[in-house]
Design a protein around this ligand. Structure first.
Ligand SMILES: Nc1ncnc2c1ncn2[C@@H]1O[C@H](COP(=O)(O)OP(=O)(O)O)[C@@H](O)[C@H]1O
Ligand SMILES: [Mg+2]
Length: 288
């Protein structure tokens, strides 16, 4: 571990202001740029700097760069930047001062387990599905949906308006411990690894977590092939969070079906189900 860039140094034409976060494969910095203002720059760690490893990562970032969507993190550049350690492969993107959904979950757990309401959760999940649905519509599986990759933009503190954005398309790394919890059972069976339905599964896990502050499953010890998670003893979210009704439980169950063919097939399908759920609520609940 350790950080490649130093605070105060010049990098990619800007000044490195602070370290924002890191993972096994990359480090993220806040950089202030004279022309572009605040940017987040992700620098790949040394192993990923190998040109063969780097190329697919930069290619994926360039695909994300083509999207202009309010729920997809905007990428400005993906390529090499000069550095005294040698040229470094990196990605310049929009900076999110609100942290990620992982930060939000941590702070909720710290506040004596303050769970999110069903209405608030669905609002967040719909935004995630909106961004993801643009990827799916263009034929791309995201492959690494997890709370760390949903970034939070506090648009308007007064009105409480918050934008949730999908980050890091295609940058998932097998074996990364933060990723494992969001992998569907078929990934552990090493069959049909990448499908839109595997992204749907990950969104289902996040939804369950926001409502209950618990993981629906313990990794690798769940779900014989084709079994319904709730037949296997998964506690419905409504049993943990009183703002959840059984029709929302049903949507979560369908997103978390062991059999990928029984899930919503794309984020767009899940989004439609959530929209219907919201519209079925009594008026006061719907708009509160
Ligand atoms: N564009 C960004 N703006 C603000 N924070 C970010 C941004 N991208 C990533 N981060 C933060 O940096 C952390 C490390 O990011 P990353 O290297 O992608 O690993 P991971 O997503 O596995 O945590 C993230 O958890 C997130 O909190
Ligand atoms: Mg990430």
């Amino acid at each position: 571990m350790g950080f490649l860039l130093k605070i105060g140094e010049t990098f990619a034409g800007g000044r490195v202001e602070k370290e924002v976060g890191e993972s096994s494969s990359s480090e993220v910095y806040l950089v202030s740029h004279p022309g572009r203002g605040h940017l987040a720059i992700k620098v790949f760690k040394r192993i990923e700097q190998d040109p063969d490893q780097l190329k697919p990562l930069l290619d994926k970032a360039r695909i994300q760069q083509q999207f202009r969507h309010k729920n997809i993190v905007r990428i400005y550049d993906a390529g090499m930047n000069e550095h005294h350690l040698g040229d470094l492969g990196c990605i310049a993107m929009e900076y999110f001062s609100g942290g990620s959904l992982a930060t939000l979950l941590d702070s909720r757990r710290a506040k004596q387990g303050k769970r999110l309401s069903a209405r608030k959760t669905v609002e967040i999940i719909e935004q995630i599905c909106n961004g993801l649905s643009a990827f799916h519509g263009a034929g791309h599986v995201h492959g690494d949906i997890k709370p760390e990759n949903i970034l939070v933009d506090l648009v308007n503190k007064r009105t409480d308006e918050v934008r949730y954005c999908v980050a890091d398309f295609g940058l998932g790394k097998a074996g990364d411990p933060t990723t494992e919890f969001y992998q569907p059972p078929e990934r552990f069976r090493e069959e049909r690894t990448d499908s839109f339905a595997s992204d749907v599964w990950a969104v289902g896990v996040i939804c369950y977590q926001l409502l209950t502050l618990e993981f629906p499953f313990r990794v690798k010890e769940f779900l014989p092939q084709g079994r319904d998670p709730f037949d296997e003893g998964l506690k419905p979210a409504s049993g943990i969070n009183r703002s959840v009704n059984p029709s929302l439980d049903e949507i979560i169950a369908k997103a978390l079906c062991a059999d990928p063919d029984q899930r919503y097939q794309t984020a767009t399908e899940l989004l439609a189900a959530l929209g219907q759920w919201r519209h079925s609520l009594p008026g006061t609940e719907r708009y509160r």
